[in-house]
Design a protein around this ligand. Structure first.
Ligand SMILES: [Zn+2]
Length: 479
């Protein structure tokens, strides 16, 4: 049977580092990039006799995320110890949640070529991150950096509802958008503060029994996620086709070779000897706290996208770009308060504004001009005070200096000439100098008209109102 006779089944486990200032069970900083082992203390180093104290903000972020993903919030959740030995885990166990996680039974809606699809969320739990092993650090040594040990994570586990690599990518992108909108995560795959593992299996089409699954790791970009899943699907089909059996294992995506390779046989939960964490009491979340968190939820990316389409009459393409990041969406709405042709406003955002932001590497928060000033510039373009082209120059100058558009137009002499008398004088002058061309034009060589327009615009240094220039030329040429 070819690959197309098999149905892939995929579930994702997302690990999101929470944007707290301090770690989950101690006061150490979570800042990225500090000198190795600088952000550590006896608690996160796992010294004997120390006790963990929960950072309350971690639970708040977990509840906020659970509500945004339509989960049930468990009033009492329980901390567990997950025991394993590894040099980057100083305590010899990880504090996590096991059978009683804080959030369960949620969902995330994604877009697929066939329309909307709901991906069920099995659970969300809180846990601490491990440290980092640094291999080949020189002299054949391996070193350990424990700055990351104890950094708070949310693990978000989906049901195996995804059916191909593209759906998995769409799910991960949507998840990242939600977490970034909520302000709980920075969505940075490259730095590893937003990471995911994929569980992949295949079964013959029409079957209802899932095949044996493999867990894929090291998927630190959307492209790698797609490539790794596609490779793994083909590999598993090959194994089955050649009469073999897929073995349950953890496989690593090899970026250089473009293959997944076996890392270790997959552990079962009992291998970790989970038991309730004796140093932390169960976590209680009151109904009032859940209520308050629900009321404080921001508008989520999908809702905002749909509102941009309906409220501003924008095409889905525009709305998607404008709502991809909350600051850009907010800025668009601020400008929409000052300029009512929303599609035109969107064109300026998607064109000039985003080009400037990208070229100059400026964050939106550092913009020097106000929404009112941008509105005034677009109004000036509409009224013909400046041409659209000159308007782009004005925007560039506003971007660099924060000066008002009217001042820039005056200073740089960019005002468009819409004075009929002034344009007529130039038109007469050009026609008087080009009698031969006029004859060609009247003899039927209509493309000469463009030559006249060009000559008039050049004489006026590009500032003639193009509509008036055209109109006057036509009149004089007897059209
Ligand atoms: Zn610490």
């Amino acid at each position: 049977m070819p690959v197309s006779d098999f149905q892939p089944v995929i579930g994702l486990e997302v690990h999101a580092q929470l944007l707290t200032q301090s770690k989950i069970f101690c006061g150490c900083s979570t800042a990225f990039g500090a000198e190795p082992n600088r952000n550590t203390c006896p608690v996160c180093l796992g010294m004997p006799g120390v006790l963990p104290v929960l950072n309350q903000r971690v639970a708040e972020f977990a509840v906020r995320t659970g509500l945004a993903l339509e989960c049930t919030i468990r009033p009492t959740s329980v901390w567990s110890r997950k025991n394993y030995f590894y040099p980057d885990l100083p305590k010899g166990y990880q504090i996590t949640q096991f059978d009683q996680p804080i959030c369960e039974h949620g969902r995330l809606v994604i877009d697929t070529p066939q329309g909307e699809k709901t991906i069920r969320i099995l659970r969300i739990h809180m846990e601490e991150d491990a440290g980092k092993s640094v291999h080949d650090a020189g002299g054949g040594q391996s070193l350990v950096d424990l700055n990351r040990a104890g950094v708070p994570l949310l693990e978000i586990v989906s049901q195996p509802d995804l059916r191909d690599a593209d759906e998995a990518v769409e799910y991960l992108k949507s998840m990242r958008d939600v977490l970034v909108y909520l302000g709980v995560n920075d969505g940075n795959l490259e730095e590893g503060s937003f990471r995911c593992d994929a569980n992949v299996s295949v079964m013959p089409k029409g079957s209802t029994t899932f095949g044996q699954r493999c867990e894929l790791k090291n998927l630190n970009s959307f492209r790698f996620l797609k490539q790794a899943i596609e490779y793994e699907i083909a590999r598993q089909v090959d194994v089955i086709e050649s009469g073999g059996k897929v073995v349950q294992e953890t496989r690593l995506w090899d970026v250089n070779k473009g293959v997944t390779r076996s890392m270790r046989s997959k552990e079962e939960a009992h291998d970790y000897r989970y038991f309730p964490e004796p140093d932390l009491p169960p976590l209680h979340v009151s109904a009032e706290a859940i209520d308050a968190a629900a009321k404080a939820l921001p508008e989520l990316p999908r809702a905002k996208l749909q509102r941009f389409i309906s409220q501003y009459g924008l095409p889905a393409y525009d709305a998607r770009i404008l709502t991809a990041e909350r600051p850009l969406a907010d800025y668009f709405e601020a400008c929409a308060g000052h300029y009512k042709d929303y599609k035109k406003l969107s064109n300026w955002f998607l064109g000039e504004l985003m080009r400037l932001l990208k070229e100059e590497g400026t964050p939106l928060s550092a913009l020097r001009f106000t929404p009112a000033q941008l509105g005034a510039l677009l109004g000036a373009v509409d009224q013909g005070t400046v041409s659209a082209n000159a308007g782009k120059d004005v925007l560039g100058e506003m971007f660099r200096t924060g000066k008002a558009p009217a001042d820039i137009i005056a200073e740089k002499g960019l005002a468009q000439v819409s004075d009929t008398g002034a344009i007529e004088a130039v038109v007469d002058d050009i026609l008087a100098k080009n009698a031969g061309e006029i004859e060609k034009y009247r003899a039927g060589k209509k493309q000469v008209f463009g030559f006249f327009v060009g000559q008039v615009m050049r004489a006026m240094k590009g500032k003639g109102n193009p509509a008036l220039v055209n109109e006057l030329l036509k009149k004089k040429l007897g059209d």
